[in-house]
Ligand binder design. Structure first.
Ligand code: NAI
Length: 792
């Protein structure tokens, strides 16, 4: 073909990357890699290995160790041993190790990129230009955090030994997202890469050795799900950080419920990609290419649901098809291809099945006529249109290069469709009207919203989900908090088993006849009789009958949840308004302080009663003060973009109050929840549930909208179950005994609600360091990053 002819067709020639250096590295390990434990390579205890293959050729690349419980145990012990030395280092020294990791990643960037591409099947263009540079950036950024830790997070301490389990779609990048913040905060690590893609994690082990990282600070154990499970269950692990499927995330939540392990989950998504009629359609189509065909669509935040405004749908689909016709599918090592290979046969099969199911449910399937490689695991870019919002391809994560398209008419309908998912990881909004775009961004339930851009990531900006996309963030300040705990909390003693329980003791049941005080439930701003028609007796210090509290049941909780959801307007009220209502509450509690304290004294004694009321008033002031100050941030990632980190309320929160401080404990939990714009269903202490009678009078006279707080008395363990299992509850705060903390975690797996507990430990509610502060506010909010580009 002549040059002139070539120019006319503009055909690409092959541009293969040379894999020599990566292959030499593999050869230097005889293509057989053990675990990296305690700073050295170790043979697996049980001697088992498995092959990792190149999805582009389906040929074996190397054998890697299959980790057993014994290997995991050795790695956890090594991490435990390394912990004191690692923590004793100065922040500056830890920072230098992270800096050395960043430099080493840069020095070996090509080797790492090639290894990633042959192990995973992703185009070299992506591993070379996106994954590996982001890995280096993550270590640089966190080297800085290691240095600033003490001044920026006073009073916090590392969790300890952290178990980290990562998926196959961004193997080294996910390793960086996990290891960098963990080390920067003074933890030591056992990391298990995914079984399909272990190689770059093992190459990173070489980096750790080369920079002289103290042995045991980073340990890498390879293997499949069973190895992950052994890590999750190991008693010597203090925190688990997981990225992967929602199904496994749920299993990990259940498996850790009985333990005190801290948990962060970054799970699946079905992210909407919304294009309004006034969008720059050509740019939006380019964004879409990134959104759904980047990494063959095997991206947790892939823009896999295209929502098009009806007026432009036809023209847009035309443009998308034209662009799809130009995509090049081929050998991932070819520098000029767009779409590489699918990671493994099982994943390819899963994509095929879901597409078939989508077609069976009525979707129209369109694929460009591209030349596909003769061998290897490939799936063509696919557009499914006429997709019904409830169809499987609109609801389930496909994790492949498959776009499901739907239309909408109005911005409100776009938001409704966007939120019509159990997930909440990311979203894209394309409109030239910044007002419309930001208004929509604010209403979407997702941890990241990209306005007129797609798939941007940076170490300074938190990434993570709402709802069943998991909890916790990676990146930014909020990412570091996942690896820290208040120092006092870690060493707080376990609560002694409830030393007083006013409702359950047999000999008290018929002791007294005189009844002083009867209260009702408080639901939707109104007093309500319990569905059960029963009451529970409340007794004083001498066993005397003080009054009766309603015995709330499942139905009452459901009514309360409904009322709380209806009151979501509270979250949209301005922070100033919320602060004012809270101050007013303090004022009204103050007016009744003596009367309330004298009633409380009957059950707690005068000293505790007086101070619960006095400190309670202070605590309300504290939360009112924060209501309009617990702001987000504006990040400045290294692109022509700002990322606005908004602190949003978690939503509807169920609260189980502590027994030991019936008023102060309740206020310490309910007030931060309210201050941050959440609504609450509160189960008061069993010690003195009658407190609600005083509280609803305070709420009623403080302009608190009905439903913002709902009070349901009863047996807290029973009510906890209903609350934790309720799909319309977004968060559970459980501050009771150890069994209740475990139950809150176990029962919350259904919709993966955010769980915050005292782990059954004693909290001194009278102490400001323990009873109030950022710790509570942080749990009452979740960060949404809205990315907005600027410039021409
Ligand atoms: P997976 O969730 O099974 O695997 C992720 C990691 O968890 C791997 O390292 C695996 O070995 C480990 N693992 C598996 N079972 C475990 C257990 N019981 N305890 C502890 N660790 C365990 O994901 P898989 O099977 O590779 O992919 C299936 C689907 O999950 C994909 O089609 C996709 O829809 C979704 N997925 C989502 C990801 C995300 O980033 N959100 C990443 C990978 C997969």
């Amino acid at each position: 073909m002549s040059l002139a002819e070539k120019f006319l067709t503009m055909e690409y020639g092959p541009a293969p990357e040379d894999p020599k250096d990566a292959l030499l590295w593999l050869d230097s390990h005889q293509r057989r890699l053990g675990h990296f434990i305690g700073g050295e390579w170790r043979e697996p205890v049980e001697g088992a290995f498995f092959d990792t293959t190149d999805p582009a050729t389906e040929e074996k690349i190397a054998a890697v160790a299959q980790g057993s419980a014994g290997d995991v145990d050795a790695a956890v012990n090594a991490a435990r041993q390394a912990l004191p030395t690692w923590q004793a280092l100065s922040p500056h020294t830890r920072a230098r190790y992270l800096y050395a990791m960043a430099r080493a990643v840069q020095k070996h960037s090509r080797r790492l990129a090639v290894l990633e591409t042959i192990d995973n099947g992703k185009p070299i263009r992506e591993s070379r230009d996106i994954d590996i540079p982001l890995v280096a950036r993550h270590f640089y950024h966190h080297a800085g955090w290691a240095r600033l830790l003490e001044s920026e997070f006073p009073g916090y301490t590392a969790c300890g030994v952290v178990g980290q389990i990562i998926p196959w779609n961004f193997p080294l990048l996910m390793l960086a997202w996990k290891i960098a913040p963990a080390l920067a905060t003074g933890n030591t690590v056992v990391l298990k890469p995914a079984e399909f893609t272990p190689l770059t994690a093992l190459a990173f082990a070489d980096v750790c050795q080369a920079i002289g990282l103290p042995p045991g600070v980073v340990n890498i154990v390879t293997g499949d799900g069973s190895t992950g499970e052994a890590l999750v269950k190991h008693a010597g692990v203090d925190k688990i950080a997981f990225t992967g499927s929602t199904e496994v995330g749920r299993a990990i939540r259940s498996a850790t419920a009985q333990s005190h392990k801290k948990l962060s989950l970054e799970l699946g998504g079905k992210s909407p990609f919304i294009i309004f009629e006034d969008a720059d359609l050509d740019s939006a189509v380019e964004g879409l290419v990134d959104g759904i065909w980047f990494n063959q669509g095997q991206v947790c935040c892939a823009g896999s649901r295209l929502l098009m405004q009806e007026s432009i749908a036809e023209a847009l689909v035309e443009k998308i098809r034209d662009r799809m016709n130009t995509l090049r599918v081929g050998s991932p090592l070819d520098k000029a291809i767009d779409i590489g290979a699918i990671v493994a046969p099982v994943q390819l099969e899963r994509i095929r099945k879901l597409v078939e199911q989508g077609i069976a449910e009525g979707a129209t399937c369109w694929q460009p006529q591209l030349s596909m490689p003769a061998r290897g695991l490939y799936f063509p870019p696919t557009l499914l249109s006429n997709v019904h919002p409830s169809s499987v391809v609109a609801q389930q994560e496909i994790f492949g290069p498959v776009l499901a398209a739907m239309t909408f008419r109005t911005p409100a309908e776009a938001v409704e469709l966007a939120n019509n998912t159990v997930y909440g990881l990311a979203a894209c909004v394309w409109s030239e009207s910044i007002n419309v775009a930001l208004q929509v961004a604010a209403q979407i339930k997702a941890g990241v919203v990209w306005v007129n851009c797609a798939n941007l990531f940076d170490a300074s900006c938190g990434f993570g989900g709402y709802r069943e996309s998991g909890y916790g963030r990676e990146g930014g300040r909020e990412g570091l908090l996942e690896y820290l705990e208040p120092a006092w909390f870690k060493s707080a003693p376990l609560l002694r088993s409830a030393d007083r329980n006013a409702v359950n003791s047999d000999e008290q049941q018929h002791a007294d006849l005189a009844i002083d005080r009867t209260v009702k439930l408080y639901i939707g701003g109104k007093q309500a009789r319990p569905d059960s028609g029963y009451s529970i007796e409340v007794r004083g210090t001498q066993g005397e009958l003080l009054g009766e509290a309603p015995l709330g049941n499942r139905k009452d909780i459901r009514n309360a949840v409904e009322a709380a959801r209806k009151a979501a307007g509270w979250g949209k009220a301005t922070a100033h308004t919320r602060a004012q209502v809270l101050y007013y509450m303090a004022e009204n509690l103050s007016l009744r302080r003596e009367e309330i304290a004298s009633r409380l004294a009957e059950v707690l004694g005068a000293a505790q009663a007086t101070s619960e009321v006095a400190i309670g008033i202070e605590r309300i002031f504290f939360c009112a003060a924060w209501a309009d100050k617990f702001d987000g941030a504006v990040h400045n990632p290294p692109f022509r973009t700002i990322a606005i980190a908004m602190k949003e309320p978690v939503g509807t929160v169920g609260i189980i109050c502590p027994n030991e401080a019936p008023l102060l404990g309740l206020l310490s939990l309910v007030l931060p929840v309210l201050a941050m714009g959440n609504t609450a269903i509160v189960v008061p202490s069993e010690t003195y549930p009658l407190i609600i009678g005083d509280l609803y009078q305070v709420f009623d006279t403080s302009d608190l909208p009905g439903g913002a707080v709902n009070l349901v008395t009863g047996y807290s363990k029973q009510l906890l179950k209903t609350l934790a299992e309720h799909d319309d509850v977004d968060g559970i705060w459980c501050f009771a005994d150890e069994t209740s903390a475990a139950a809150a975690k176990a029962f919350s797996v259904g919709n993966l609600k955010q769980v915050f507990t005292n782990e059954g430990r004693a909290i001194d509610w009278f102490d400001a360091q323990q009873g109030e502060g950022r710790w509570f506010l942080e749990h009452a909010t979740q960060v949404k990053n809205i990315w907005v580009p600027y410039g021409e």
